[in-house]
Design a protein around this ligand. Structure first.
Ligand code: NDP
Length: 450
């Protein structure tokens, strides 16, 4: 019976491997919960929770600086609104497909439930690549994108934010266009600038939250981050602020990467070097290789898409924080983490670890935190931005940071308690999947068949 549900879901979404992977991962942990709860089964909750409430796909035409007319595809997947308005980021990257956005939207539903805030799940974006585009081109693209998206979102309906390729610049252009179309100044996007409705600590929140979560994991094992060598992948928003928080707590980041390759700095990336990365990535929009040109203690390794492992995960360290993209850490990489004595693997990115790699990590005693728990600080702070926008108040950095710390501690404890209660002691993935699922499933039961 249950396997039939999974087959139906997959048949309805042929050619969507990332989405199938996310479905399988959650189902693995909630299958017994569904069996034990006749209402979930009778009301076919799993099939309903897996099907987006609405998927919008649209043409995004835009003119480049040479006067050529280009076409990209825009998407918004409105996955589930049982516990609040749809909420989730927009991704602009050439690898964006419907499958990628459905997996992200599905994960987002459970992540948002874990934060304890009233937010449903959604995700959107485009296969547009902002890399190498001028500011004027990015502005024309985002304005065209918003002309269509504006018909489907609203501050009580669907509140997008940033993700890969969508940072402060893109949120600014998107917000400006929405405001012009609707003639209203409301908190329809989060991640806004602080002078025009944004929350303090939102840019830092995902990376900071990830490290708060990891510190909770270490503390639960009578350990701390002090002196720990850390492998970090990515060099964007999440990676940058994860490194900042690692440094603030006495850890040593050793690596950073982008899609062209990674740098390994044997002396560690200190505060000054991190400032170089932030300037390189956020202002100059350069490539990570330039770090190795600047600092002789670092080496650059170009990425090899055909390799069966990623050497960034084969560096001797204590903690690993994948903060770039999905499926960037496979079974061979997990074996290398085990070989090198890595103790903790916490995901900043969404679904960066493949299912077989997760299994290897857990079986070998690596403490593993799934992104839907450990990177939830970003969306949680987006939720705090929404609350501030509704109420028309602004909290200080300390107030927001204190709330973020508390939320990450609550999520950590919820994962541990839920896992233990359902026979998965110490398994953060099971705890996160089950706790998130129950919260949304109960709301769906209460709200009827929709
Ligand atoms: P950014 O665009 O700021 O940075 C992304 C980084 O990952 C860049 O260094 C980028 O390199 C690299 N990257 C992206 N795609 C690939 C790829 N296919 N192969 C190799 N490297 C890649 O994004 P964020 O830091 O915001 O997001 C990183 C991850 O964190 C994503 O999985 C996102 O979904 C997740 N996340 C983000 C949140 C947020 O608040 N921003 C919240 C929760 C999760 P390059 O520039 O060369 O493409």
């Amino acid at each position: 019976m249950s396997q039939e549900v999974i087959e139906r879901i997959k048949n309805r979404s042929k050619g969507e491997p990332e989405y199938h992977q996310a479905i399988d991962e959650v189902y693995l942990n909630v299958e017994t919960i569904i069996e034990q709860n006749p209402q979930y089964k009778e009301l076919n909750i799993f099939e309903r929770i897996s099907e987006p409430e609405r998927t919008i796909m649209f043409r995004v035409p835009w003119m480049d600086d040479q006067g050529n007319i280009n076409v990209n595809r825009g998407y918004r997947v409105q996955m589930n609104s049982a516990i609040g308005p749809y909420k989730g980021g927009l991704r602009f990257h050439p690898t964006v497909t419907l499958s990628v956005l459905k997996f992200l939207a599905f994960e987002q539903v459970f992540k948002n439930a874990l934060t304890g805030l009233p937010m449903g799940g959604g995700k959107g974006g485009s296969d547009f690549d902002p890399k190498g585009k001028s500011d004027a081109e990015v502005m024309r693209f985002t304005q065209s994108f918003m002309q269509e998206l504006a018909k489907h979102i609203g501050h009580r309906t669907d509140v997008p934010a940033g993700d890969i390729g969508v940072g402060g610049r893109e949120i600014g252009y998107l917000f400006g266009m929405y405001k012009k179309i609707k003639n209203e100044f409301v908190g329809v996007l989060t991640g806004k600038g602080q002078g025009w409705g944004g929350s303090r600590i939102r840019p830092e929140a995902t990376g900071y939250g990830l490290i708060y979560f990891a510190m909770n994991m270490l503390e639960a094992n009578n350990d701390s981050l002090k002196g720990k060598k850390c492998i970090v992948s990515g060099s964007g928003n999440v990676a940058q602020f994860a490194m900042e928080k690692i440094l603030q707590n006495g850890g040593v980041p050793l690596t950073a990467s982008d899609s062209s390759g990674y740098i390994y700095d044997k002396d560690g990336i200190d505060t000054d070097k991190l400032a170089f990365i932030m300037d390189l990535k956020n202002n100059k929009r350069g490539r990570i290789k330039e770090y190795a040109d600047q600092y002789p203690s670092a080496e650059f390794h170009a990425s090899d898409r055909n390799a069966d492992s990623n050497p960034i995960w084969d560096i001797a360290a204590d903690c690993a924080f994948p903060c770039a993209t999905q499926n960037e850490l496979n079974a061979n990489d997990a074996k290398n983490l085990v070989k090198n004595g890595v103790k903790l693997l916490a995901e900043g990115a969404n679904m960066p670890t493949t299912p077989d790699a997760i299994e290897i990590a857990i079986e070998n005693g690596i403490m593993y935190a799934p992104g839907k728990a450990s990177n939830a600080g970003g969306v949680a702070t987006s939720g705090l931005e929404m609350s501030q926008n509704y109420a028309g108040v602004y909290w200080t950095s300390k107030e927001v940071d204190d709330k973020l710390k508390e939320i990450m501690k609550n999520i950590h404890d919820l994962c541990i308690e839920t896992a233990e209660k359902h026979g998965f002691k110490g398994n953060y993935m099971a705890g996160a999947n089950i706790a998130g699922f129950i919260k949304v499933a109960d709301a769906m039961v209460a709200e009827g068949i929709l």
